[in-house]
Design a protein around this ligand. Structure first.
Ligand code: ADP
Ligand code: MG
Length: 696
């Protein structure tokens, strides 16, 4: 049996773009909705304003030119005798039509042929009419279809009729048998897979359209469970496969970490202690840690990462620490250098913008003596070879594409790997994007998760103010007052995502305008097009208090930490996403001074912009903001799933079907252990070739 579907090459290509390649793909291409052609109404009885089917004969066919060229066909109910009048006639109106169409309808009129029409009846100018009905000429007594007509998701060049035929053929040929055993299925109170797909592709007359549309029907439940299960299984399987690969056991007495802690001006919070212990435990295992460290903006993830690095370094291994922007990487470099160099740790800095010779030298460091290498994604370029990479730390991991994360994973050192499988470094991913529980369960099922759920003590909460553009003057006055009180301020330029050039111009304009308005203050500028050393110099000057007001683009969005800055102004706040606003606001409130975040907005606001501003105004807890953001945007966009490499859910909804996610999560581990070959078949059915992505 071939695993493909028979179709001409041009059509095949279009089908491929819809993800329809294998027979199973067609089976799982489920309808968006249905049309009920299982019954015929008499024209006089048919409800108006909803799709109905009627049978009629053509009375006349005319091309009219007013108000514009159109084909108008008068028809009369086929089942009603000629002498009965009133409400039995209908006008069909076609604004786009072919000559062949009017010919065909004229022939139907001349021969008294039957038309089966499908469309919505509504009040026209001269009585009831259907605009652009679907119709076909049928012989008398042609039986009605035995099932509702499915309407599938499709794209240009693939007609519903073609899809219906291909899917019906696929259903006849496919193996729809149960993959897991029946007792298991019954315990979970799920119907049969074959019954579910057959039902959904062709529901019987009278099927509950509401439950089908809302996907609450038991047949949908089975499909959605299978889909979520496939996601869980593939992620867990990838997790277990990586575990198999072995890693160095980072055994260290903890002297280096203790020294670092002793030199800090603060004590760890209980939450930081807990996650440090979780990480330490993982690092001593002979298989790679795959841990996501979550903690809200400002919760203190950097010191946790530094403590993990200490353990690896003390155990004689190298650590790579990767950050998504130059500014953040540089800041980490400076901070970790201050913490660790006095303890004798050798640190190297590698960024994309280093000059060739410097880069060469740094690459040599990575290959040789450096114990900690900090940098941007330059770290994962092919040319960097670590001698003994034991731990890879990725800050703000959601900013990296899946390929970049995978690449760092491949940079393992020569660990004495058992069984001939190449070892990989331990991995610590960090993220300040708090993920609601079901989303985490769904998208991070291939990671262990640690959460810092507590902010360091002594922080004064940030006050957020919404201010209309017209009152900009009050805001500049506020900046002056803050500086007079010895504080510093950020001023974030309007976001222009469509054009980098315009973004740059806006930054320059904002800087010029503020320099004029705030004469006497030291106004600095940092933006994405500056050279790395210029950026670094500006950030250093701001950190040292030599700049009062830092005009910035979103380059300062993540990680930047200047505790004396207590005022954040965001211009055109309505253009920013929720997590961006939360991150930006998190740049202040880092010291002992009361901090304020001013969101300047320009009306009129769209409904979602209004909703976003309301959420950011009312909440400071990142988890709550994330939950609401998820609600506003849906999981795909929220998580950036195009990048995540995680199979998207097409049918299940993480919020509405949270119970299925929990159920599948609970079942997955057990199935992987007890029925591995069935698991493999389930994954082939659901993911086919897409599963390759996760194997790396
Ligand atoms: P994030 O989790 O956003 O990366 P950082 O690691 O940048 O947060 O920490 C934010 C600030 O809080 C830094 O100035 C850091 O030194 C400080 N900090 C971290 N942990 C503590 C703590 N336990 N007590 C006081 N300050 C802390
Ligand atoms: Mg950080």
């Amino acid at each position: 049996m071939t695993d493909g579907v028979r179709a001409p090459p041009a059509l095949k290509e279009k089908l491929g773009k819809l993800g329809l390649i294998r027979i199973d793909d067609f089976v799982l291409h489920l309808p968006l909705r249905y049309e009920d052609e299982t019954r015929c109404y008499q024209i006089a009885d048919a409800p108006w304003g909803e799709p109905v089917q009627v049978e009629a004969r053509v009375l006349d066919v005319a091309v009219q030119y007013r108000p514009r060229r159109q084909l108008v066909v008068r028809v009369r109910d086929a089942a009603v005798a000629e002498e009965v009048s009133g409400g039995q006639e209908l006008a069909l109106r076609f604004l786009n039509f072919y000559g062949s169409q009017s010919k065909q309808l004229e022939t139907a009129r001349d021969n008294g042929q039957l038309l089966r029409l499908f469309g919505e009846i509504r009040q026209g100018f001269f009585g009831p009419e259907m605009v652009h009905p679907r119709y076909r000429v049928v012989a008398a007594e042609t039986p009605l279809p035995a099932a509702l007509t499915p309407v599938y998701p499709t794209s240009a060049g693939v007609s519903q009729t073609a899809l219906r035929k291909l899917i019906a053929a696929a259903l006849a040929e496919a193996d729809l048998s149960e993959i897991f055993d029946d007792a298991w299925r019954q315990r979970l109170a799920l119907g049969r897979f074959a019954d579910a797909v057959n039902y959904l592709h062709a529901p019987p007359p009278g099927a509950p359209l509401g439950a089908l549309q809302l996907r609450t029907h038991p047949a949908w439940r089975r499909i959605k469970f299978d889909e979520v299960l496939a996601q869980q299984l593939s992620l867990r399987r990838a997790f277990l496969a990586r575990r198999e690969r072995g890693a160095a056991e980072l055994k260290a007495a903890g002297h280096l970490a203790a020294q670092l802690l002793a030199g800090l001006p603060f004590a760890l919070t209980a939450a930081q202690h807990r996650v440090v212990a979780e990480i330490d435990h993982d690092l001593m295992q002979p298989h790679p840690m795959q841990r996501l460290l979550q903690g809200d903006v400002g919760s203190g993830k950097t010191i946790v990462a530094a403590l993990a690095a200490c353990r690896a370094i003390e155990a004689g291994w190298q650590v790579a620490f990767m950050a998504p922007t130059e500014i953040l990487a540089e800041q980490h470099y400076l901070k970790l250098k201050a913490w660790l160099e006095p303890l004798g740790v050798r640190i190297a800095w590698l960024s994309g913008s280093l000059r060739k010779a410097e880069k060469k030298a740094m690459q040599a460091e990575a290959a040789g003596g450096a114990q900690l290498v900090i940098g941007t994604h330059a770290l994962i370029q092919e040319t960097v070879d670590f001698a003994r990479l034991g731990l890879a730390i990725v800050d703000e991991q959601h900013r990296f594409g899946v390929q970049q994360r995978l690449a760092l994973r491949q940079k393992g050192g020569q660990v004495g790997a058992g069984g001939g499988v190449a070892a990989i470094p331990h991995q610590l991913m960090m993220s300040a994007t708090p993920i609601p529980r079901t989303l985490a369960m769904s998208y991070f099922a291939d990671l262990d998760v640690s959460v810092i759920d507590e902010l360091p003590p002594g922080r004064t909460p940030i006050r957020t103010k919404l201010v209309a553009d017209a009152r900009r003057d009050e805001v500049t006055a506020r900046v002056e007052a803050a500086v007079a009180a010895g504080r510093q301020a950020y001023w974030v330029c309007p976001l222009i995502e469509e054009s980098e050039k315009l973004q740059l111009q806006t930054a320059l304009d904002t800087h010029a305008a503020l320099s004029a308005e705030l004469a006497g203050l030291r106004v600095g500028l940092v933006h994405g097009r500056m050279k790395a050393d210029e950026k670094a110099a500006t950030m250093a000057a701001f950190a040292a208090g030599e700049i009062d007001v830092l005009v910035a683009t979103t380059v300062i969005e993540v990680g930047v930490d200047v505790p004396n800055a207590s005022l954040m102004v965001i211009e055109h706040a309505e253009r920013f996403g929720l997590s961006q606003l939360h991150q930006l606001r998190g740049r202040v409130g880092r010291g002992v001074h009361e901090s304020v975040c001013v969101l300047l907005y320009a009306g009129p606001l769209s409904e979602t912009a209004r909703a976003r501003l309301k959420i950011i105004y009312e909440h400071t807890d990142g988890f709550e903001i994330a939950r609401q953001d998820l609600h506003l945007r849906g999981p795909g966009e929220f998580i950036g799933s195009r990048q995540s490499g995680v199979p998207l859910l097409r049918y299940a909804d993480l919020e509405a079907d949270a119970d299925l996610v929990e159920l599948a999560h609970a079942e997955a581990e057990c199935l992987l252990q007890e029925q591995p070959s069935a698991v493999a078949r389930h994954l082939v059915r659901w993911l086919g070739s897409r599963e390759q992505l996760l194997k790396a």
